[in-house]
Design a protein around this ligand. Sequence first.
Ligand code: SF4
Ligand code: SF4
Length: 377
Amino acid sequence: MNQHVSAETIKSRAGVPAPIAMLAELTHRCPLACPYCSNPLELETVRSELTTEQWIDVFSQAAELGVLHLHLSGGEPAARRDLLDLTAAAASSGLYTNLITSGIGLTERRIGDLADAGLDHLQLSIQGATPELADRVGGYKGGYDRKIAVAEWTHAVGVPLTVNAVCHKQNMDQMGDMLDLAVKLGARRIEIATVQFHGWAEKNRAALMPTREQVLRANTFVDEARKRLEGVIVIDYVPADHHSSYPKACMGGWGRTGLNVTPSGRVLPCHAAESIPSLTFDNVVDRPLSDIWYKSSAFNAYRGDDWMPDLCRTCDRKAIDFGGCRCQALALAGDAAATDPVCVRSPLRQALVEQAEIDSHTKPPAFVYRGFKQSGA
Ligand code: SF4
Ligand code: SF4
């Protein structure tokens, strides 16, 4: 244990586990413009980004805090010219490094260098199973072909590959083809996640909300594919919220397993947490990461069950889903401490499902693409 940890910090650790994973949003720059991007509506500029040295210090603090998995993400992390130095530093801090990328900005040589620097894993997003659809959803012509090349280069240097496929109304019927593509590319895992309606996705609800029929077909497909492809590829599936009975344990519970660091260094319990205006978030430039994790008001706001409404506090599932997503509760119920309206036990559930039904059957309007497109690098 670090000898400089104060008695106050040790006391505050009671009952709070160390985080397992950290998502480092190295930049919000991205050549793509996905209409469901999880980055906030207010994107951070290049001038506000942490420097190389600051990120390296954050990685070392994270390792000391107990973080095991580091997700190097964005925006597009390849837009950082220092990605190689950052990866090498993270690996030498003992962190398992996972690069979450659109693939744009990576070259065969850069992937080889990243592998040599200690990159443990690469997660490549795909937006569809055909160039036409993928490039339209991502708002980037030629993106699909580049992704195929990146997957091949990654496979060639022996870095394990996961394919990320966010599914929605306009690509859900290509789920089978996206899975076949992932197998063909040599991916060991595919993450099929139905779009979550926050931020950019909320702006694009009518363009993205899948129909109930699509969701039911997808659920059946995944069940069947998991059996058929056992031992070939692992399928992680996040089904649609609006057609599930219970909410997900968002982030494995608020402040329980992971943290996010924004490009400028603000530390968040989840990527959308800044949508809750009553919370203030500390910056790792001003306060040690360990202090923020154990002692900050934002991380302690929804830990335990004191904050829960009676419906959740007395519920037999509270240790499974922790009352669901706080950001979704705020967005849909107007109260971040409400039961997640996705839950069948919430009085707001019926209205939510009815609205989803309407959105899902609306003719898709044009996408509102994620704001600032920059080729970065
Ligand atoms: S625009 Fe697309 S590729 Fe870029 S960060 Fe957002 S979701 Fe990822
Ligand atoms: S009532 Fe709360 S704890 Fe129970 S299932 Fe619903 S969201 Fe989860």
